[in-house]
Design a protein around this ligand. Structure first.
Ligand code: CTP
Length: 425
């Protein structure tokens, strides 16, 4: 049975506000109570009558209406979830500045409920430094900002800034509606929620699988990663209440249900996808096995034995270190960065006569600069493609290493527990 939630649906003035009407229907069909708070300007796009008819509740825009009910704080205080769809550059700016000059911004200040905003605007406005800074500020306060989709905008132009479809927004907030005690971090409801769902309201980006570096149209340099550890991590993160952005390189099974999926084949494609998914996430887990090198040259027709008398020699060049570059970007951007404060690396290591697997792991943790490093011993019959795993989680803050042995699900739960404890400090 679905627990009935009180949702505040804020609507700001964008052409995409008609999609908020469809989202409202989805909320109502799922049995929830919805109070719509449009901004005054948004009524030029969709009128009051539509919101009142679809929600079945009175709708107001200003703080001086229904003053007897202290509406400007009441709706926010009673809400289980506040969703702003579409969120214009203007509402992001006013919310980031903490303004309360209409009913919607007043509600955003008064609520202790989780807040999810789905921006929609032209690409130039989305990419403007002012909007980037406002988004980073709002995210740093625990507000979830859904990345706009890339596609056709209002006119003939297209780019990043399109409002995701109502079904996608509905799916993105479903976790808040299922969790009976979900709350914005720091609010009174949050402590109760955090015990059961330690990653409630958090966004976790996870890369998984192995990259392939093409030599010619039929051959590639690859690795033996199956993606199973990344899949197990995604499931464990979702079970802990997180929203998961899953970046899949090549895997031997499908990505799990319920993630926001993007795919990549080569290391350089993975870098683009990871950089995008990491923005605004609370955690990035780099479980993908990224090829350190790629062929210097891609031959665009199949290399033939008969082409040369001598055997071919493949020259390799270095791929970007995705994880280390993100850590460097985060340091460079400083406090305003919307890159994850928690970056988790993996180290697939073999020991040798001089150093143990953990010695190499500790050196790699220092070199990469991430917060946690999951070290596992690899070999032909260890880890890759199997269901069993033995890991050690090393922490940059010097806490004692955590060991876990068992299935990849067991390892994933240990990693997610370590992430949740590190975030809670
Ligand atoms: N990684 C990455 N980009 C690369 C290579 C690796 O982001 N080009 C990430 C992996 O996803 C993993 C971590 O870095 O989380 C460690 O990868 P690994 O290949 O074990 O380490 P390397 O830095 O490549 O070091 P070495 O090959 O010398 O062991």
């Amino acid at each position: 049975m679905v627990a009935v939630k009180r949702i505040v649906l804020g609507v700001s003035a964008g052409i995409a506000s008609y999609k908020a009407a469809l989202l409202l229907r989805l909320f109502k069909e799922a049995g929830h109570h919805v109070d719509v708070i449009p901004t005054e300007a948004s009524l030029k796009f969709v009128g009051l009558a539509t919101w009142e008819a679809l929600s079945g509740n009175p709708v107001r825009t200003g703080v001086f209406e229904a003053v007897d009910t202290v509406n400007h704080v009441r709706l926010g205080q009673m809400a289980d979830l506040v969703v702003v769809v579409p969120a214009t550059a203007d509402i992001l700016a006013r919310a980031a500045a903490g303004m309360a000059n209409d009913l919607l911004t007043g509600t955003l200040l008064a609520t202790g409920a989780p807040v999810v905003m789905a921006p929609a605007m032209h690409t130039e406005m989305w990419e403007h430094p002012a909007t980037r800074a406002n988004v980073a500020t709002l995210r740093s306060r625990g507000i979830t900002i859904i990345e706009p989709a890339v596609g056709r905008l209002t006119g003939k132009d297209s780019g990043a800034g399109r409002l995701p479809e109502p079904e996608e927004i509905f799916a993105a907030v479903a976790g808040y509606l299922a969790d009976s005690s979900a709350a914005r971090p720091g609010s009174p409801k949050a402590s109760a929620a955090s015990a059961e769902l330690p990653l409630a309201g958090k966004i976790v980006a996870i890369s998984a699988g192995g990259t392939r570096e093409p030599l010619d149209p039929v051959r590639y340099l690859g690795n033996r990663s199956s993606g199973r550890q990344g899949i197990a991590l995604a499931k464990a993160a979702m079970a802990a209440g997180a929203r998961v952005r899953f970046i899949a390189a090549h895997m031997d099974q499908p990505a799990p249900e319920g993630v926001e999926l993007s795919t990549a084949s080569t290391a350089r494609q993975l870098q683009v996808a990871v950089n995008q998914a990491a923005r605004g996430a609370d955690v990035l887990i780099m479980s993908a096995a990224v090829a350190d090198f790629r062929p210097a040259e891609y031959v665009d027709s199949k290399i033939k034995k008969s082409d040369e008398h001598a055997d071919p020699v493949i020259t390799l060049v270095r791929n970007p270190d995705i994880l280390a570059l993100l850590v460097a970007d985060r340091t460079h951007e400083g406090a305003a960065s919307d890159l994850p404060p928690m970056i988790v690396g993996f180290a697939a290591e073999t020991g040798d006569a001089e150093n143990s697997v953990l010695d190499y792991g500790a050196a790699k943790l220092a070199r990469k600069g991430c917060e946690l490093l999951v070290v596992n011993e690899v070999g032909e019959n260890l880890t890759f493609g199997t269901d069993e795993n033995s890991i050690t989680i090393l922490s940059a803050d010097g806490s004692a290493p955590v060991h876990a042995t068992g299935s990849k699900d067991d390892a994933a739960r240990a990693i997610i527990d370590a992430v949740a404890s590190a975030l809670a400090v």
